[in-house]
Design a protein around this ligand. Structure first.
Ligand SMILES: *[C@@H]1O[C@H](CO)[C@@H](O)[C@H](O)[C@H]1NC(C)=O
Ligand SMILES: *[C@@H]1O[C@H](CO)[C@@H](O)[C@H](O)[C@H]1NC(C)=O
Ligand SMILES: *[C@@H]1O[C@H](CO)[C@@H](O)[C@H](O)[C@H]1NC(C)=O
Ligand SMILES: *[C@@H]1O[C@H](CO)[C@@H](O)[C@H](O)[C@H]1NC(C)=O
Ligand SMILES: *[C@@H]1O[C@H](CO)[C@@H](O)[C@H](O)[C@H]1NC(C)=O
Ligand SMILES: *[C@@H]1O[C@H](CO)[C@@H](O)[C@H](O)[C@H]1NC(C)=O
Ligand SMILES: *[C@@H]1O[C@H](CO)[C@@H](O)[C@H](O)[C@H]1NC(C)=O
Length: 476
């Protein structure tokens, strides 16, 4: 009895010493992070915007997010890593083929179609600055052949040659949430029954229409994972925008470069002439990294047997070779599945915590965490070269300085969760009027560009926009 209680006292003392040391460390870490600057935060939380309601603003506390682009080679893997694939840079004087790729949720068209309109309008604007031998297609994956896309001039064919004019292309794809048994069975035989009669009305050959997934090719279809995605991630809003980059690979592998992007972006004119140098995959910046989750993600990478090289702060826009995009998509899906199953509890997955845990650990940014694991692994195993291009991708649409325009570096603008101009929420609620277009006519800021593109896209008919693209892409 006596011996036990002495031991108890000793261990109690030891424990409290540990505790104080821990508190000290934690406090110091916090002190340390407090003075660092932070970039604006783009929330990847799946959007649920009630029609007519004022969109909720995220109360996001300030956090540090150093954009480390240095690779820390702290962990020396015992395995020998193969050398990086040989880099054959694309020659800018030769024809260059590119694709801007989105996934369009056809069942939420009221919310997303305005974004497609302005993205389409800005794609047309960018085409004006593109060298005459270059081509940039706008690729859309969706589960319906909505007439809107026909009116926009979108075709359902894969690019065949290097000199076809730049075009909008729509490919059919079964989203994860619709992969119920009746749809999946017999190799998705009945998955496209709902559009069977549509091609006839448009004199189109159904065989010509690309449908995904293609289940007979293991490179682009993994039945087990597809099932897992359905089971664990079908309610996660951004899963299809990644899965299409995996399952859709054969529809875009002929391009030298692809831009994977959300829909709420504007392609900026500088994109017209810019391609990634030195075979890098460029990502935008993402403000999700705290010391807490960087450590956690490193530990998770170890659990998964993934390499981790200390990269952090990658955003959700990717610009690089088609194959690099495919590799990142594949591993991002693996990372997201792991995280959803083993690193988040049910109440977190069901959003019961709201943004309580942000920025330390938040289910809404699962895509960014999954991609963090993927990119660290692929860089650590020499499969891709990365550049975190916070200076290149995803400038805020609220930026009213001319600095970046003069520097000529920004390739696209991305909407933030904000009510400041340009706000996608205010725009969709009809707060911006056509009469304001004049005000922004000679204004060269990002804000004015977004205002102009969005307003023009709203007041042009779909046929006018299609004709604009045709005029620009055939005149060069
Ligand atoms: C790490 O790997 C490199 C290359 O194989 C080797 O030269 C170096 O000695 C290793 N460092 C450690 C700490 O093991
Ligand atoms: C790029 O292409 C141009 C035109 O075909 C050619 O003159 C030039 O030598 C090429 N540059 C390189 C680095 O291959
Ligand atoms: C699919 O597109 C057709 C043609 O635009 C439209 O009539 C139909 O309502 C759409 N279905 C869904 C579910 O969006
Ligand atoms: C590409 O690599 C070369 C040689 O390593 C380097 O000089 C150049 O700055 C790199 N370009 C970019 C845009 O990183
Ligand atoms: C895709 O992910 C799977 C599962 O981790 C992996 O086995 C496979 O090698 C990956 N595919 C490629 C092309 O890297
Ligand atoms: C924009 O520039 C044009 C030509 O320089 C000029 O005629 C026009 O008045 C300007 N518009 C505004 C709103 O400043
Ligand atoms: C495209 O060109 C045709 C013929 O020149 C013209 O009639 C039409 O207005 C142009 N469309 C747009 C949107 O500029």
């Amino acid at each position: 009895m006596r011996r036990v209680s002495i031991r108890l006292i000793v261990s109690a003392i030891a424990l409290s010493v540990c505790f104080f040391v821990l508190m000290f460390i934690v406090n110091n870490v916090n002190d340390h992070t407090d003075h660092l600057e932070l970039p604006p935060y783009k929330c990847e939380c799946p959007l649920v915007v009630e029609h007519g309601l004022k969109a909720e603003k995220f109360g996001v506390p300030k956090i540090e997010a150093p954009f480390t682009s240095k690779i820390h080679t702290s962990s020396n893997n015992t395995q020998t890593v193969p050398p990086l694939p040989i880099c054959k840079p694309v020659n800018k004087s030769e024809p260059v083929q590119r694709a801007i790729i989105i996934y369009y949720p056809h069942h939420q068209s009221e919310y997303f179609f305005p974004e497609v309109r302005w993205l389409y309008r800005s794609w047309a604007e960018m085409l004006r600055d593109q060298p005459p031998t270059w081509r940039t297609d706008f690729l859309i994956f969706s589960y319906n052949l909505s007439t809107e896309f026909r009116r926009l001039g979108c075709v359902n064919r894969i690019r065949k040659t290097k000199d076809e004019p730049s075009a909008c292309r729509l490919f059919l794809y079964v989203p994860i949430q619709f992969r119920v048994k009746a749809v999946v069975e017999n190799n998705y035989q009945h998955a496209f029954d709902h559009i069977k009669d549509l091609p006839k009305t448009t004199n189109q050959n159904i065989e010509e229409i690309v449908t995904l997934p293609k289940t007979n090719d293991p490179m682009i279809y993994d039945a087990r994972r597809s099932e897992n995605l359905y089971m664990h991630l079908r309610t996660y809003g951004y899963i299809d925008s990644i899965n299409t980059i995996f399952e859709g690979y054969h529809t875009f592998k002929m391009y030298d470069f692809v831009l994977r992007t959300d829909i709420d972006v504007f392609i900026y004119r500088h994109f017209g002439k810019y391609i990634p140098a030195n075979c890098t995959l460029i990502t935008g910046g993402g403000g999700y990294g705290t010391d807490f989750n960087r450590r956690k993600l490193r530990r998770i990478a170890r659990d998964m047997d993934f390499a981790h090289v200390g990269l952090s702060g990658m955003g959700s826009t990717w610009y690089g070779s088609a194959y690099d995009g495919y590799l990142v998509a594949n591993q991002t899906l693996n990372g997201m599945l792991w995280l959803a199953q083993y690193e988040f509890a049910t109440p977190e997955r069901e959003s019961k915590l709201g943004t309580l845990m942000w920025p330390e650990w938040h289910y809404g940014v699962l895509l960014l965490y999954g991609q963090h694991l993927a990119i660290n692994h692929l860089v650590g195993t020499n499969q891709i070269r990365i550049r975190i291009g916070s200076d290149l991708l995803d400038q805020s649409t609220t930026d009213f300085t001319t600095q970046y325009v003069q520097q000529g570096t920004r390739l696209n603008l991305h909407c933030w969760h904000t009510d400041n101009r340009f706000s996608k929420f205010a725009f969709k609620m009809g707060h911006y009027k056509q009469a304001e277009l004049e005000k922004y006519r000679n204004d060269t800021t990002a804000q004015a560009y977004a205002m102009r593109m969005a307003l023009e896209s709203k007041y042009m008919t779909l046929e006018q926009m299609a004709s604009l693209v045709q005029n620009i892409s055939t005149s060069s």
